[in-house]
Design a protein around this ligand. Sequence first.
Ligand code: CA
Ligand code: CA
Length: 205
Amino acid sequence: MFCAGCCFSCETSLLEEVKVYDNDFSQADLLYFESGRLFDFNGDTVLGYFHNEEIVLNLPDLPEHNTIKVTIDLLLHDSWDGNPDNVGGPDFWYMQLNGQEVMRTTFSNSPCESTYCLYQSFPDNYPRFYEPKTAAVSSDLPGRCQYQNSIGWTSRYQITKIINHSENQLEIICGDELKQENATDPVCDESWSIARIQVSTMILN
Ligand SMILES: [Ca+2]
Ligand SMILES: [Ca+2]
């Protein structure tokens, strides 16, 4: 079959891609959020911050499509501990698309040396073992609270998920299960926020 513009090895081709949502929160636009709040982080308006909480975004009236792509720019603040199963973790973060859990992972901003390392599961789902900040697009941001003035205590990730989807609405839920039983102020110890959400509908054949 002749296939204009598609690669030689792939069996599917992208017929159409429509950017249906793009929010970096600079316009303080919280339309379609069930609940949401904004704060200023490092000179940038972002959605957050959260700790043992979910955000819910409902996008209606999507154009006809069979695939959907969601890209989230995620900020992890302060002392995320990754995988360890103890008083400090694991520190989970997850994403659901129309009720389907497409990501359930852990992140770590913590030290990693040859004799002591708090591994994270990202960029895979839990449980996997990667060094802290693996695949981060930025790791030189200051912390938000516990390490407010210290560089290297917020990491930024860009997470993209592509799933089969043809309904005319999309519900995006992001949340965490953070654990810090030995901290007097757990929200200050670790939290997260979102700098940008982009959604595209696609038609693949
Ligand atoms: Ca911690
Ligand atoms: Ca923790």
